[in-house]
Write a protein that binds this ligand. Structure first.
Ligand SMILES: O=C(CO)[C@H](O)COP(=O)(O)O
Length: 303
């Protein structure tokens, strides 16, 4: 099976300096086939980035275009909007999903910085889906996703194609904008439950982690999750070099590890975790080892 890791970069309210040049170099050399990159950029950057992408013949395909263009499936670089208004779509200053459908393929849905008091994750997700775009769904925990996928209108609104493109980001809000990311052991239970929820419903979704990630601390999250979401780090000049590092790390390490037998020196990987019936104290201890084993990972990566 071809495994592809997701890297979502949320620029938030920043216009990334020199991004156009860096992206040009990245697209020119783009030989990365094991990472799907989704750039979630401010509204005002969507147009400019569409031009950069089409110059490199990596046009932003919407779902309707994908239906008629089989090569669109091969793309592994996508543009996302950071939000859309599903209530008061036509009010002054609002930007609806329908206005975005020719500019991007994804929309961030439920990011904690965009939720208002009356925010409804399911209504927003349905609005995005019905405009032929893919929602990147942010949840605080597995219960939030459970509520969403129990919602019959949500499930009904998904086409077969969209159902397998569901991307969920586990992002506890108290770990946003901090110096350290959420400790892995605090995420394991939610990760496992989200995976199970999707599996039970035959949804091939990706489960990613977001919150205070940077080039130093990502490795345990790369090991456990199907993808990661960078916030502030997306703006760093180290961002693109880190994508290459992740790609070679994945080639050298991660997918070989999924068959590794466990011993006291081997960290527990995603498959092991999912095979466990319940989270035991051992899981938590091994999760701690994940972080301690960072130097081990770095060595393997640099080989
Ligand atoms: O959007 C984010 C990435 O998931 C998120 O808000 C975290 O931002 P960061 O703490 O600046 O990485």
């Amino acid at each position: 099976m071809h495994l592809v890791f997701f890297v979502i970069s949320n620029w938030k309210g920043f216009l990334r300096p020199n991004f156009e040049q860096d992206l040009n170099v990245f697209l020119k050399q783009n030989k990365i086939d094991n990472i799907t990159n989704i750039f979630a950029v401010p509204f005002v950057s969507l147009n400019m980035l569409n031009e950069v992408f089409s110059y490199h013949k990596k046009s932003i395909y919407t779902y309707s275009e994908q239906k008629n263009n089989p090569t669109a499936e091969d793309s592994n670089i996508f543009l996302s909007a950071q939000n859309s208004n599903y209530v008061g779509k036509n009010s002054t200053g609002n930007i609806s999903s329908s206005m975005l459908k020719d500019l991007c393929t994804h929309i961030l849905c439920g990011h904690s910085e965009t939720r208002s008091e009356k925010y409804s994750l399911s209504e927003h997700a349905i609005d995005i889906i019905t405009n032929n775009l893919i929602p990147i769904i942010f949840v605080e925990n597995h219960l939030e996703l459970y509520k969403l996928i129990e919602n019959k209108s949500f499930i009904k609104s998904l086409s077969d194609k969209q159902i397998n493109k569901l991307t969920v980001i586990l992002e506890p809000k108290h770990y946003i904008g901090k110096a350290s990311a959420a400790p892995i052991h605090e995420l394991e239970e939610d990760f496992k439950q989200i995976k199970n929820l999707l599996k039970e419903r035959n949804i091939e979704g990706k489960v990613c982690y977001g919150g205070s990630l940077n080039k130093e601390n990502i490795w345990p999250y790369v090991d456990l999750f199907d993808g990661i979401c960078f916030g502030r780090f997306s703006l760093s000049t180290d961002f693109f070099p880190t994508i290459y590092e992740i790609s070679s790390y994945l080639k050298n390490n991660k997918y070989q590890n999924s068959n590794k037998s466990l011993d006291s020196n081997t960290y527990k990987n995603k498959q092991d975790l999912l095979n466990d019936n319940s989270l035991t104290k051992e899981n938590h201890n091994t999760a701690k080892n994940l972080t301690n084993n960072k130097s081990q990972n770095t060595e393997a990566r640099d080989k």
